[in-house]
Design a protein around this ligand. Structure first.
Ligand code: MD3
Ligand code: FE
Length: 205
């Protein structure tokens, strides 16, 4: 039996195909204004295999010199991030019941070879707000552990249209993406996977 850690809710097949397609179009328009960049590990400059961009007042970026951070502008164009599509703000409102908006929507693009190592999300100043994660395109094997790196982990599959809500006691749990399963979705014509995470970054009002 697979029981997720307390505070993590997996909503399989939450978004229907039409909504998934509409989201992909909206993300294409975000990427046209804010091109995908290759994030670098702090200090080593080692490139990550996932490509990223953001929408919203703040975006998550990382490079060798300045490390992990949120900032209001694209690291290469210097332009403000595009707005978060209204459909995503409505989803956040509906799923969280919160009266304030997310400030960042991180867009992760995984090629079929990409992965993301086990890590914590701790660059936000507000940990009481949940993270809302939306999966589009090919399926992945997702891994989640506890608040310490040594804690036992469990893996489960995330599919296109799935949503994961991460909150409360699991907000600082270690997690990562072990692999993408090629050809498990027809949503993205060139394969790969998109993950969107909606986040509150600064203290909630
Ligand atoms: C569990 N992204 O962008 S989203 C990330 O699928 C990230 O692209 C993964 O990890 C992805 O930082 C996973 C689901 C997620 C997000 C935050 C979490 C799971 C989490 C925070 C704590 C525990
Ligand atoms: Fe993360």
């Amino acid at each position: 039996m697979l029981t997720l850690p307390e505070g993590i809710r997996h909503l399989p097949h939450y978004l229907d195909i039409a909504v998934q397609q509409a989201l992909v179009e909206e993300i294409r328009s975000v990427v046209a204004k804010a091109p995908l960049f290759i994030p670098e590990m702090p200090r080593t400059g080692q490139p990550m295999s996932v490509r990223m961009t953001n929408c919203g007042p703040l975006g998550w970026v990382t490079d060798r010199e300045r490390g992990y951070r949120y900032q209001a502008f694209h690291p290469e164009t210097g332009k403000a991030w595009p707005e978060i599509p209204a459909r995503l703000l409505a989803l956040w409102r509906h799923l969280t019941g919160l009266s304030y908006e997310p400030e960042a929507c991180l867009v992760n693009f995984y090629s079929d070879q990409a992965k993301m190592g086990l890590h914590q999300d701790r660059d936000e100043a507000e940990f009481s707000a949940p993270v809302v994660s939306i999966s589009l395109g090919n399926s992945c094997l997702f891994r989640v552990g506890g608040p310490e790196r040594k804690d036992r982990t469990q893996s489960f599959r995330l599919e296109s249209g799935d949503i994961v809500l991460i909150g409360g006691p699991s907000r600082l749990n270690f997690h990562g993406v072990d692999r993408i399963y090629p050809q498990t979705s027809t949503l993205l014509k060139n394969g790969g996977r998109i993950n969107l995470t909606l986040r509150r970054v600064s203290p909630a009002p």
